[in-house]
Design a protein around this ligand. Structure first.
Ligand code: ADP
Ligand code: MG
Length: 196
């Protein structure tokens, strides 16, 4: 007897506004058209779509289970074992998501994971870099720079404090008005790189 085939890991990464959620929803839609059972999972920290749904910045939405801890995903294996588990905002689950995804893949489940691979201050955002390294497929998307219209691999966080307006803050959760997509040249706080 052939051993059970492991699932494949597909990662959709990029900054905010890159179309990660739209791409995830597109894939979910296609899989369901093909008659496959897909579980759609978001993180409780992402409340933009309301209680139990994912929503994109363009206004598309889909019912989803909003979980808090990566380990909760393992319960889905027992529940009739879906063909695919689609996870949005994967970065909110943190590093524990990596071993959990390994277990889902070993159980023969395909995993589509979308999330931020970059923080607002331009650092790699765990666990996306690890997931990108371990994936069968990686789609790296860019947004449109709000200053110059070129491709934006970064986003910045804005806080309206009046005259000086745009200050970075510590949080990573917020509404769309709090963030802007930016190209490399128009990232604020980009430290000038000295020699060496
Ligand atoms: P992500 O999940 O990567 O944050 P979404 O899939 O939620 O992105 O939203 C992508 C949509 O956001 C685009 O199709 C577009 O309608 C809208 N959008 C708003 N601002 C921008 C921007 N600066 N660059 C690209 N898309 C933007
Ligand atoms: Mg999104």
């Amino acid at each position: 007897m052939r051993p059970m085939e492991a699932g494949r890991l597909h990662v959709i990464a990029g900054p905010m506004f890159a179309g990660k959620t739209e791409e995830l929803l597109r894939r979910v839609h296609r899989a369901r058209l093909a008659g496959l059972r897909v579980e759609v999972v978001g993180h409780r920290l992402d409340e933009r779509g309301g209680a139990d749904q994912l929503s994109s910045h363009a206004g598309r939405s889909l019912p989803a289970r909003m979980l808090e801890h990566a380990e909760e995903l393992l319960e889905l294996i027992g529940e009739g074992r879906p063909h695919t588990i689609a996870i949005d905002e994967a970065q909110f689950f943190g590093p524990p998501l990596v071993p959990v995804i390994h277990r889902l893949l070993d159980a023969g489940i395909q995993v589509e994971a979308a999330g931020l691979c970059i923080t607002y201050d331009g650092e790699p955002f765990a666990p996306l870099p690890a997931l990108m390294a371990l994936a069968e497929e990686v789609v790296k998307l860019t947004a449109v720079c709000t200053v110059c219209g070129t491709e934006a691999a970064f986003h910045i966080r804005l806080v309206d404090d009046g005259a000086t307006a745009l200050q970075p803050t510590a949080a990573q959760v917020g509404d769309a008005e709090s963030y802007q997509a930016r190209c490399r040249s128009h990232r604020r706080d980009a430290a000038p790189r000295g020699p060496g």
